[in-house]
Design a protein around this ligand. Structure first.
Ligand code: HEC
Ligand code: HEC
Length: 277
């Protein structure tokens, strides 16, 4: 048995080396990905490290949470294994994805190998009909009043064009039914820096104002109102500044939409992977 497995292994390896050589001949020498020669023990080590360093955001099984599900055959930020290694080690600037400290390079490759193994699992089934969800988004939901998606819409909320590759299904369902539950990080495209969404209410000499904090320093605060307009206030002129932690500007949809419609809409959001129409 072991001999047969050994023989298969050698045959597989030499096939692999042939492919690597062919690619190298065509494109110049590209080092083979260390993932290709990993053993099941390496992947198991990657799984163990994943639970320690990644599971709190990507879920114990890699199916996502605050971070996206990694059970996907292609990852936008990690088109190849080297890019995956870099994302895991360095994080993604301006997003909620931090760099990983602690593991050495070998261990980072084990984690990367485990992440790739997740991508080979069957895709998650969607609970609803994304086509119906798309129509709900545009009609009953009125979502475009506050969100940009695929270049359309405006407003105060985060862009949703790639939300399906940044979040998982459960998270998206929860943002519709209980928006106060999570406060996502502003994406880099909007501010160039990482910043938690925060609703602020302030009273200036011109009157009362509610919006989303976009930026803040010692002297000034920039707030985006519901129409998407960003206004800057001089802090020492403010009569009152209230930071409403845990209060979302986004309305809850659990009474507006039926459970079926929440399924359809979250399935539609899951289909938004950042690709152009
Ligand atoms: C504090 C939460 C958090 C932790 C911890 C975390 N991630 Fe992430 N990760 C995120 C978020 C949020 C994103 C989405 C970033 C974006 O594109 O806006 C992300 C994105 C990614 C991506 C890119 C996915 C794509 O579609 O391209 C990979 C791969 C990834 N994480 C792997 C890992 C691994 C492996 C670990 C552990 C070593 C880890 N992450 C730890 C939150 C986290
Ligand atoms: C009145 C403005 C408003 C409307 C209408 C609105 N949203 Fe939001 N949405 C927000 C804001 C602001 C946030 C930022 C986080 C928070 O405050 O909860 C948000 C967050 C989200 C998130 C989380 C995004 C992330 O990156 O984590 C999703 C998903 C979402 N909205 C989807 C929708 C959908 C779908 C609709 C229509 C059914 C909708 N929103 C309608 C303002 C709005």
């Amino acid at each position: 048995m072991d001999i047969i497995r050994g023989a298969c292994h050698i045959a597989g390896l030499s096939l692999l080396l042939t492919i690597v050589n062919l690619v190298a001949a065509a494109t110049g020498p590209a080092p083979p990905s260390p993932i290709e020669t990993q053993t099941p023990a390496d992947i198991a080590d990657g799984e163990r490290l994943f639970r320690v360093h990644c599971a709190r955001c990507h879920g114990m099984l890699g199916d996502g949470g605050e971070g996206p599900s990694l059970k996907r055959p292609t990852l936008g930020h990690a088109p190849d294994d080297q890019a995956l290694f870099d994302v895991i080690g360095e994080g993604i600037q301006g997003t909620g994805m931090p760099g990983t400290f602690g593991p050495n390079d070998d261990e980072l490759w084990h984690i990367a190998g485990y992440v790739r193994s997740l991508g080979r699992l069957p895709a998650e089934a969607m609970p609803g009909d994304p086509e119906v969800g798309r129509v709900l988004y545009e009609t009953k939901g009125g979502c475009a009043a506050c969100h940009i998606s695929r270049g359309e819409g405006q407003g105060v909320g985060p862009e949703l064009s790639d939300v399906g590759s940044r979040r998982n299904l459960e998270y998206l369902r929860r943002s519709l039914t209980n928006p106060d539950a999570d406060f996502p990080m502003l994406s880099s495209r909007m501010t160039g820096r990482t910043n938690a969404f925060l609703t602020v209410r302030l009273v200036s000499p011109e009157g009362e104002f509610e919006g989303l904090r976009v930026n803040e320093d010692e002297f000034s605060i920039q707030v985006r109102d519901l129409s998407g307009t960003i206004r800057s206030f001089d802090k020492h002129t403010l009569l009152n500044l209230e930071r409403a932690f845990g209060h979302s500007l986004m309305p809850g949809y659990d009474t507006v939409l039926t459970p079926r419609e929440v399924d359809d809409l979250s399935s539609y959001l899951m289909s938004l992977k950042g690709d152009r129409r």
